[in-house]
Design a protein around this ligand. Structure first.
Ligand code: BTN
Length: 332
C-alpha cells in the first residue's frame, strides 16, 4: 500500500486528523503526509478539507473496499469457489486488467475490484463512468471447458445472479434484456462479458459488473442514460463491502451452476424479472427499426419478439431494444 492509500484509509472515518498524527501513525514526516494529501486530491479527485489547528478531513466519509471485510460477506459455498480476491485503488478497467492476467495462470474464480476506473468499459463501446470510492467496479474470471456457443446464455445467468444479490438490499429490481439491472426504468447496474479462448473451448470469461451505489449528481451528469444509485433508492448509505460480498457470492455460485447445467436453472427467475415481457418494443437492427412485442427468451438466451403474428429470435449484440410508450401497469 502506498502512503497515499494509507492516508486515505485513516481519513476514511470522516474525522479530522492532524498532519502530525497521520505522520506518526504511518511513520512518515508531515511533509510526506502533505504530499500524499495533494496527490489524493489531484490523482483521485477526492475532496479533502484542511483546517488550521484541526488537520485534514474528507469532505464526506469514505468506506474503502477491504478484502477481509468483503470475504466475511461471502457464504461458505461461495468461498470454496473463490480464487484470488484483490482490491486495487485505480485501474484503467477491471475487465481489461483481468484479461491481461488471465494468460498468466490467474485461478478460476478470481475477483478484482477497483475504487476507480480511468477507462471503464460499458457495452457497445460506451464508457462506464467510474469515480473513486463511490460505486462498485468488479471483474470475475472463470475458466469454462465449454464452447463459445455454449456460453450464449451466460449473460442472462449473470444478470439473474446480480439482480438476486442486489435484491438482498433493494426491492423491485427488473432486468432489461440482455443484462441491464433497472429500477423504475433507471439503470442501477450493468454487465459486460468478455471472452478469450478457442471457439470450441476451453475459454476464459471475464464478467464485469458495475453497480451504482453513491454517485454524485455532478459526476452522474456524464452518464448518457437514465440511472439510479442504491443510496437514492434506499434513502440511506449502504455498505459497499456487503454489496461486493453479495455480488461475488451470487456470481460464483451462478458460474458453477451454468457450467454444470447451462441456462435452464436461471429461466424461471429471469421470467419474474423480465421487464420487456409482453411489452411493445422498438427493435433497432443496424439502420432498420421495427416494432414488436417482447415474448421472453428462449433456452439459449435469445430474445423472442412477436412481429406481425410471427416470432423472431434475436441474439444479444445483434440488436438494441427500446420500450415503446405503452407500459406495464405499475411501471413509471
Ligand atoms: C454496460 O454498459 O451496461 C456494462 C457496464 C459494465 C461496467 C463494469 S465496471 C467493472 C467492469 N470493468 C469495466 O471496464 N467494465 C465493467
Amino acid at each position: 500500500m502506498t502512503i497515499k492509500q494509507k492516508v486515505l484509509r485513516l481519513l476514511g472515518d470522516g474525522r479530522f486528523h492532524s498532519g502530525q498524527s497521520l505522520g506518526t501513525s504511518l511513520g512518515v514526516s508531515r511533509a510526506a503526509v502533505w504530499k500524499a494529501i495533494q496527490g489524493l486530491q489531484k490523482q483521485y479527485a477526492i475532496s479533502i478539507q484542511s483546517v488550521p489547528g484541526r488537520g485534514y478531513r474528507l469532505a464526506s466519509p469514505l468506506e474503502l473496499l477491504d478484502v477481509e471485510q468483503i470475504t466475511k460477506q461471502i457464504s461458505a459455498k461461495g468461498k470454496t469457489l473463490l480464487g484470488k480476491l484483490e482490491v486495487l485503488p485505480i485501474v484503467d478497467s477491471t475487465n481489461e486488467h483481468m484479461l491481461k492476467v488471465a494468460g498468466s495462470g490467474q485461478p478460476s474464480g478470481s475477483v478484482l475490484l477497483a475504487e476507480q476506473q480511468n477507462a471503464g468499459r460499458g457495452r457497445r463501446g460506451r464508457p462506464w463512468v467510474s469515480p473513486f470510492g463511490a460505486n462498485l467496479y468488479l471483474s470475475l474470471l472463470w475458466r469454462f471447458d465449454l464452447s463459445v456457443q455454449d456460453l450464449s446464455g451466460l449473460g442472462i445467468a449473470v444478470a439473474v445472479a446480480v439482480s438476486k444479490a442486489l435484491s438482498r438490499f433493494a426491492p423491485d429490481l427488473g432486468i432489461k434484456w440482455p443484462n441491464d439491472i433497472l429500477w423504475q426504468n433507471r439503470k442501477l447496474a450493468g454487465i459486460l462479458l468478455e471472452i478469450q479462448g478457442e471457439t470450441q473451448g476451453p475459454v476464459v470469461v471475464v464478467v464485469g459488473v458495475g453497480v451504482n451505489i453513491q454517485m454524485s449528481t455532478d459526476v452522474g451528469k456524464m452518464i448518457d442514460q437514465p440511472w439510479v444509485d442504491l443510496a437514492t433508492m434506499l434513502d440511506q448509505p449502504v455498505s459497499r463491502q456487503a454489496i461486493a460480498g453479495a455480488v461475488i457470492d451470487e456470481l460464483l455460485q451462478a458460474m458453477l451452476v451454468y457450467q454444470q447445467q447451462g441456462l435452464v436453472e436461471f429461466l424461471a427467475e429471469w421470467r419474474q424479472r423480465d421487464i420487456l415481457l409482453d411489452q411493445p418494443l422498438e427493435i433497432i437492427l443496424g439502420d432498420r427499426n421495427i416494432t414488436g412485442i417482447g415474448r421472453g427468451i428462449d433456452s439459449s438466451g435469445a430474445i423472442q419478439i412477436e412481429h406481425n403474428g410471427k416470432l423472431t429470435r434475436y441474439m444479444a449484440g445483434d440488436v438494441s431494444l427500446r420500450q415503446q410508450q405503452n407500459k406495464k401497469p405499475g411501471q413509471p
